[in-house]
Design a binder for this molecule. Sequence first.
Ligand SMILES: Nc1ncnc2c1ncn2[C@@H]1O[C@H](COP(=O)(O)OP(=O)(O)OP(=O)(O)O)[C@@H](O)[C@H]1O
Ligand SMILES: [Mg+2]
Length: 208
Amino acid sequence: MMSKGKFITLEGPEGSGKSTQALLVADYIRNCGREVVCTREPGGVSIAEQLREILLDTKSRIYPTAELLLYAAGRAQHTREKIMPALKNSKFVICERFTHASIAYQGYGRGLSKELIGQLNYIATGGIKPNLTVILDIDIKTGLKRVKSSEGKLDRLESENVTFHEKVRNGYLEIASEDRNIEVVSALNTEEVIKEGIIDILRKRDII
Ligand SMILES: Nc1ncnc2c1ncn2[C@@H]1O[C@H](COP(=O)(O)OP(=O)(O)OP(=O)(O)O)[C@@H](O)[C@H]1O
Ligand SMILES: [Mg+2]
């Protein structure tokens, strides 16, 4: 990848603490004197945030293939409009959910072809890959309980059944076992312990 910045993605099931850790890790890196852009998927830029509304609306009835393509369309825009320019400007980019979410949710969860998803991910990202992906691992019950207590209601994906969420979680763990750029961190510790764990990984891998 022709860029000077570093690209970190945070993944994991619902309520695993991605948003919490994105803020904590970004703060730490900023204190080290580096510029950080925090972003998320679905969304991150206006067009993709509009797609997010559609994707997460409990009233939307979306066929799995359409869901896959909507995520890919949002990612294509997000990557070009926000992630690539930030990386070119030597910034850190921390993104909540990215390509691996499509494999976990639409591949393992919905049962769509992982090969097809890989091709769409390649098209959507123009081939850029995270320097590191951290999967925050949590059991489904605890994760959904956290979401419910913080947001009060569940979005379209969060409202899926437990079997779906189990498939997603196991999918994430399988993806992690096949890729050395992915690390799994337990989401059951305190926020501070999890943050330290992620920073340790970033240091050991010479990312910070
Ligand atoms: N380590 C932790 N221990 C206990 N509660 C936590 C921890 N980390 C985050 N939380 C709480 O759990 C809830 C969900 O956390 P957060 O929003 O960071 O998760 P998320 O992975 O971004 O969720 P979503 O999948 O909905 O985007 C929040 O209320 C947050 O304060
Ligand atoms: Mg979040």
